[in-house]
Design a protein around this ligand. Structure first.
Ligand SMILES: [Mn+2]
Length: 327
């Protein structure tokens, strides 16, 4: 793809892509410093690279307000880009529904509301900013989305809706069943399959689930086990069940020759590594004392394990406690 370029401003090709932060501002600062970003005039910048945030910067964690400030400043000054996560999407919907007089009790956004108590104007300004963010990015050499690359929906969006103003877009988003609302749900929450026979699971984050999360990159899956992608395992009798043809038809695929795709969202654990040579998830459960993970992308077509960089969130908190202990 050709872009017109400004002299002395070559097309940016080096990106530090960063997974779900959920209010872990201290770890975010450490990760940015580890990646070579320095604060100048109040903004974290890198002399030759740009940060790309995968969304879900709010809710759950201890320093949500600080996270938004760091990231919004970077985006507004051109030192970062960010796509919407399902949590930012939820915050937008929550505020728009509240504006329409709908019910406003909601656990998901509780921590964020608490940390913005008495700062209503500032919070509303952030919610307005969220509504200016893209849902996906096609960067030189790679793709960025919070949870799911649905090639068909993205093609339809680009064909029919790319010229929507933010107002038109968010109005459509709030209309149940509209293409835009399904598109947002698909890209920020991914695909799911219902559990068979009306069964449900108690997930580790305390919700009862009748659906399980599925991969959009499974190639030739045969059983439920081949497509499940979530921290909570399926019961063995369900996992080994064969997918029927209707279920297979609802699954997406991602070809080996497509550009590298980076996602967050899925609460992984263990050592950061590619899921496939062109698919990487950078959400390693930072807010549950996991790792805050980045990938240093430089235009390669294959994602490699040595380019993952991270900070260990639990250890960071311990180190800090030691640093500041009055002994
Ligand atoms: Mn998410």
């Amino acid at each position: 793809m050709m872009h017109s370029s400004i002299p002395n401003a070559p097309e940016q090709r080096s990106f530090d892509i960063i997974g779900d932060i959920h209010g872990c501002a201290q770890s975010l600062v450490r990760l940015l410093e580890r990646l070579g970003y320095e604060k100048s005039q109040g903004i974290y910048r890198h002399p030759s690279r740009q940060a790309v945030f995968l969304g879900d910067i709010i809710d759950r964690g201890p320093a949500i307000r600080q996270c938004i400030h760091i990231i919004r400043d970077m985006v507004e000054q051109g030192s970062a880009q960010m796509v919407l996560g399902n949590h930012e999407l939820h915050a937008i919907a929550y505020e728009r529904l509240k504006g329409m007089g709908a019910s406003t009790s909601d656990r998901l956004i509780e921590e964020t509301r608490l940390q913005f108590e008495g700062l209503e104007g500032e919070w509303q300004s952030h919610v307005a900013w969220f509504q200016s963010l893209p849902v996906f990015l096609e960067l030189p050499g790679c793709r960025i989305v919070h949870a799911c690359w649905d090639g068909q929906m993205i093609a339809q969006f680009k064909q029919e809706f790319i010229d929507f103003t933010p107002q038109e877009f968010w109005q459509a988003a709030m209309t149940r069943g509209s293409f835009i609302s399904r598109f947002l749900d698909r890209l920020t929450r991914g695909t799911v399959l219902p559990l068979p026979d009306g069964r449900s699971l108690n997930s580790r984050d305390g919700y009862v689930r009748r659906f399980f999360r599925t991969k959009f990159w499974a190639s030739e899956p045969a059983t439920y086990k081949d497509v499940v992608f979530q921290p909570d395992p399926l019961p063995e009798d369900i996992a080994s069940r064969e997918l029927d043809s209707d279920e297979k038809n609802t699954l997406l695929s991602y070809q080996d020759n497509e550009p590298p795709i980076f996602i967050g969202h899925y609460w992984l654990s263990g050592d950061p590594r590619p899921l496939r040579p062109n698919v990487a998830c950078l959400d390693y459960s930072a807010v549950k004392d996991g790792k805050l993970v980045a990938y240093r992308f430089d235009g390669e077509t294959q994602i490699t394990q040595d380019k993952f960089v991270w900070v260990d969130v639990a250890r960071e908190i311990l180190d800090d406690a030691r640093e500041y202990s009055p002994l």
